[in-house]
Ligand binder design. Sequence first.
Ligand code: GLC
Ligand code: CA
Length: 557
Amino acid sequence: MNMYCRTTADAESSLWWQRAVIYENHLPSFRDGNGDGIGDLVGLTMSLDYLSDALGVDAVWVGPFYRSPLLDQGYDISDHCDVEPVFGTMADFDRLIVEAHLRSIRVIVDFVPNHTSDQHPWFVESRSSRSNAHRDWYVWRDPAVGGGPPNNWTSEAGGSVWELDDLTGQYYLHSHLIEQPDLNWRNAEVRGAMLDVLRFWLDRGADGVRIDVAHMLMKDPEFRDNPVREIPEVNEYDLQHADFATQHHINDRGHRDVFDVLREIRRVVDCYPDRICIGEIEGMPWADWAKYFGEQLDVLHMPFAFRLIETPWQAGALADEVDAMLDAAPADAWAVLALGNHDRPRLASRLGQAQARVAAIMLLTLPGTPTLLYGDELGLEDQPVPAERQRDRFARMVGGVSRDPTRTPMPWTSGRNGGFSEADERLLWLPISKRLTEVAVSTQIEDDSSSLALYRRVLALRRRSPALTSGAYRRLVPVTPNEDVWVYERGVGEERKVVALNFGQRWQRTEVITGGEVVVSTVLGREGRAVAERLELAPNEAVIVNTGAAHHRTESK
Ligand code: GLC
Ligand code: CA
């Protein structure tokens, strides 16, 4: 037993997470179980049959449900080891675990180590005096010589990361909202306390954690300025404040010591059988991303490959990124993939409905563990939220950006409030989609041409296809950035599946696929058909073809 373990565990891992599809349900927006207008743990538990049977995913990532003033959708925690009453009770969490496990669904919870709410008792203590025992649990600095913040770092939420606290005349660090002070992970007591939080939820049955901003835990110990960008570089794929784009964020995050603390987290997780840690790390060069696995694969089980989200939607560019990702990954490493999440524009808004379907096939057939954002299976789009209904405090900063349009409620039916809640419409966490009839689960489940039907078919196929979950990946056609088609194979043993994606608006003929059977297509009426001489792809069409080994030519790469 190592020093991190409070229980002994069988080191044997079933690697369930390499075969799984994860579903991010975003709790306040998913389903309201008690009629107050806000999604909760009971509502999620009520939805498990949808997830396991109707849709067919393997794990849910719940989103934070801990005690919180809810200024950042629960990522501002005031008590890590209790449930926020708006979201339910500890008994509701226990029941979620039992009911999910009955359906073979794993439950991944958020672990938010970088910061707390300013209402957390640790911070209340810390700010009370310079000599308080918790002072060093957060990051306090004197003003710069001559006054003002200690350095130039800018926050993702906008403005400086430093806030002056008049009581003691020092600044504290908050990488996000002013109300989200950063913990000091260089303090051993902080590490100990946060590892206990981790144990608390693993003991209660969580199957894994998604570590919030895992790359940010360690900063430059000398707090040097970030280099300024001459021309600000706004990340169009992420919803961040423009202030953030004005510098190279090399000193406020990603310090090499971060791997040591993530390794400590991993050691705790490894004390429990079959649990995983997934890390949210920002898009970065693949060589840097690869370090988050650790050379011995002893850091994160799966760091998010966000660079894929941040690649232009072009066949060649995406195929090149996947090649680069696979080349950079250490042997036996396994990525977690996503094309969107609760911080970014919705997939269907970014790509349009037709290409969102191509994206579905791509995400669910690339090597790695796919993560779906709730509602993406319905082609849900961003919906403008009027200022008076906004929840995201990031939007209230001067020039702030709201992530609320991405986070509107899950539309279950075309009836009142989309079946999301019994509450009066004005009480809903966020307004429901204006295109209810079209997007609702109840509408789409009856319609073979719907987005939901497509997701269901691909997910069902994945479940019975070792090639699609664990098969080797090979790119089959050389594609240059101007071409619209990307073809790849996943294969294991005798099983071969070829995936062909048309990113363009014209018919395309693929030269590599010369036989086999189309098992899934974004175009209705094509499935079950044999591939004749050459596979022709309709505009915006993506297909999965079952090929015998003889049915395609030798790959060119
Ligand atoms: C992560 C979360 C985001 C949150 C931020 C601060 O990026 O995904 O929603 O605002 O961390 O906790
Ligand atoms: Ca509720």
